[in-house]
Design a protein around this ligand. Sequence first.
Ligand code: PAF
Length: 298
Amino acid sequence: MTVPEDPSEPPVAQHPQPGLDIVRTVSDLRRKIARFRREGHRIGLVPTMGALHTGHIALVRHALVVADRVCVSVFVNPTQFGPHEDFAVYPRDEAGDATKLAAGGAHLLFAPAPEDMYPPGDTCRVTVPGLGDILEGAFRPGFFTGVATVVAKLLIQALPDVAVFGEKDYQQLLVVRRMVRDLHIPVRIEAAPTVREADGLALSSRNAYLSAEERAIAPDLHWTLTAVADRVSHGHGPADAEQWGGDTLVKAGFTTVDYVAVRDGESLEPWAGPPRPGRVLAAARLGRTRLIDNVPVP
Ligand code: PAF
């Protein structure tokens, strides 16, 4: 495996990949992973909800650098969707996903049925109070409980050495890290940088919902966050910069702005300024599509 000199370019697998196996049950998953282990391989897991795009394949490539057998789970997790969210219509394309994963160098696709992930009578949930209740958690109650629960299940089912999550879902990454630390799950959590279109829009399966007019406005989310980060790094107060960011998004044509927040990059508490790492996070709607994004404070 080679890591390219330009860090924006995903690493490339040098060896021909042996093809993609598909498993659907936890016992088949464990059998495959046990075989990889017997062969002396390091296992990487990339959890996804399918509808895979270049951003997901970048996670696979990242996993191929830190592990030598990569399993990708594709499961549209019902417990992380609110009652009025898009669970029923969330894009699903297993055949297309499998083709992209094979081309991207993944070795194993785990595509469980809902009753395998949540057996009849299943009641246990993993909650991450505090970190899971703010920002996205405040606007999508129960979202991070659904995420932490399914990720805990996937990590326990596969027991990989390392699992890769995108920085695009920055709060999710921190919630998963906290959960893994608190529950002593012996898996290293790796963060992979956000992949963007040429105009700055972060790749997301939900971008498919945008109309042509909304798609033209959508990159302003990234540029506004970048400008907010720039403002606070030049000494503007976080509250003023957040207000300016929200106003700018509305002027750009966003229908509603859930939040623009300047936070500590590790705890997501209000940012205390340097030397603490800062992160600017936002969620805003364009018509019926809700977009999220985040950037570091330089
Ligand atoms: O980021 C996602 O696609 C999902 O939240 C995850 C981590 C696969 C859990 O369902």
